[in-house]
Design a protein around this ligand. Structure first.
Ligand code: HAM
Length: 426
């Protein structure tokens, strides 16, 4: 029999608890925190027309050239599983003429993305992003605000040891002069100084050479001209306001002249959050301004800025989750007791207690063993006597103490006992 039947696709993964619980926590924290800054959730399709990503991300990028999951549908239209969220959000914004309805629009998106990369620690073919996009605001305050919001988010999920790298990529007016200066510098290097990819990139997209991880390329571009020395007055002012706003709120950052990002839509402020604890893939979040993107995709000239965090990488950095304990575990003996237990469990769950009941008809000892294994705080024991008196034997698993409690008083009793216990545990 084919082993493919029982194995998921390479670079894809099943997420069980407690990992899935971490993802839920990240999503819920992001949703409520970004909500405080005015971001509302937008759910876009997982698949789009291939052309959207080619135009949006850029045909010369690694993502479009090597990493997309692209297939023809049954009518031979080329479709692609989204490798990132930004292009889809722009498509939704244009398609729904949002710019006619509001001046500034802020969207939060989360979910799976797909890139055909070589899987390794922190790098998957199906991975998950938390993504924010702000459209319609062009001033530097928005840049600083979104960067600060990202930092606050990281702290609120317990990540405090990252580094923020920031750069400006200029605008369509000043960037061509920088590209020319960089091209002239790269062109005078010995051709063997650059890797094969960079020899090609030098002519097609010279700024990508600065991002190459090959040591010889890094070494030979050390003295390459810096973009910040070539940007126009407006871009310089924009960037310096962003930096001074970050200084104002005491945010640490590193100005990184080599930060060019892997997607073609960026201009002006770009940033990445890095960590040394996620293996070779050190970037846990990245983003920047993309003022020409909406227009390039056929929409109005609306500026934009955004970022995305990789959830697999965030999960590697989050502190371990506290041991989660159930409130109760019900152990019952005999048919009548099992029926009564069924009713007790329903009543307790309706009252907001979290608990388990064993329906397998196992013996008393083995049910008590399961109660111990579940780490529930209380075992609720129901036998013939309890069934007859409509009561429950409540056993405190940590102290071993037990007491008989009337069914009608059980909810109140448990509220009292569990709140006393959580005060002691604090
Ligand atoms: P990106 O830098 O390509 O930017 O991806 C953002 C984050 O997604 C990365 O920092 C990383 O944490 C995570 N990531 C990327 N590829 C993988 C992978 N194969 N496995 C695991 N995690 C991965 C974007 O996607 C832009 N759309 C961000 C943006 C939004 N810019 C403006 N708005």
């Amino acid at each position: 029999m084919s082993t493919n039947l029982t194995k998921c696709i390479k670079g894809f993964a099943d997420l069980f608890a407690p990992q899935s619980t971490m993802y839920t926590l990240m999503e819920n924290t992001a949703r409520s925190l970004f909500g405080l800054y005015g971001y509302t959730e937008l759910r876009t399709p997982l698949m789009e027309h291939t052309e959207l990503f080619c135009r949006g991300i850029g045909t010369e990028t690694d993502v479009v050239q090597k990493e997309m999951y692209t297939f023809p549908d049954r009518k031979d239209r080329s479709l692609t599983l989204r490798p990132e969220a930004t292009a889809g959000v722009m498509r939704a914004y244009i398609q729904n003429s949002i710019h006619n309805k509001e001046q500034v629009s802020k969207y939060f998106t989360c979910g799976p993305m797909f890139r055909y990369e070589r899987p390794q620690k922190g790098r998957m073919r199906q991975f998950h992003q938390l993504n924010c996009e702000c459209l319609g605001a062009k001033g530097p305050y928005t840049d600083a605000e979104i960067i600060v919001m990202l930092e606050v988010f990281l702290q609120s999920i317990g990540i405090n040891d990252t580094e923020l790298h920031i750069n400006t990529l200029g605008c369509p007016q000043c960037r061509p002069q920088y590209r020319n200066a960089l091209f002239a510098y790269l062109n005078q290097l010995d051709p063997q100084a650059l890797c094969e990819d960079c020899r090609r990139r030098k002519d097609t997209n010279p700024m990508r050479v600065l991002d190459c991880k090959v040591p010889t390329c890094k070494e030979h571009t050390e003295k390459a001209p810096h973009i910040s020395d070539h940007v126009c007055e407006e871009c310089r002012e924009h960037f310096s306001t962003v930096l001074s706003l970050l200084d104002e709120v005491g945010m640490d950052y590193t100005r990184n002249h080599r930060l060019v990002r892997g997607l073609d839509y960026y201009c002006r402020t770009t940033f990445e959050v890095l960590s040394g604890r996620v293996g070779a893939q050190s970037s846990i979040a990245g983003g920047g301004r993309y003022d020409g993107l909406v227009e390039q995709l056929g929409g109005p000239a609306v500026p934009g800025i955004g970022f995305a965090c990789g959830m697999e990488r965030l999960a590697m950095l989050m502190p371990e989750m506290k041991r989660h304990r159930l409130d109760f575990f019900i152990v019952s003996m005999g048919d009548a007791a099992q029926n009564f237990a069924f009713k007790v469990a329903l009543e307790l769950r309706n009252a907001g207690f979290e608990g388990e009941i064993n329906h397998t008809g196992a013996g008393f000892k083995s049910q008590m063993r399961l109660a111990g294994k579940s780490e529930a705080r209380l075992a609720l024991i129901i036998g013939d006597d309890e069934c007859f008196t409509k009561s429950v034997m409540v056993k405190h698993m940590d102290s071993g103490q037990q007491e008989n409690v009337k069914f009608t008083e059980l909810v109140e009793h448990m509220q009292k006992k569990l709140s006393e216990e959580s005060i002691i545990l604090q």
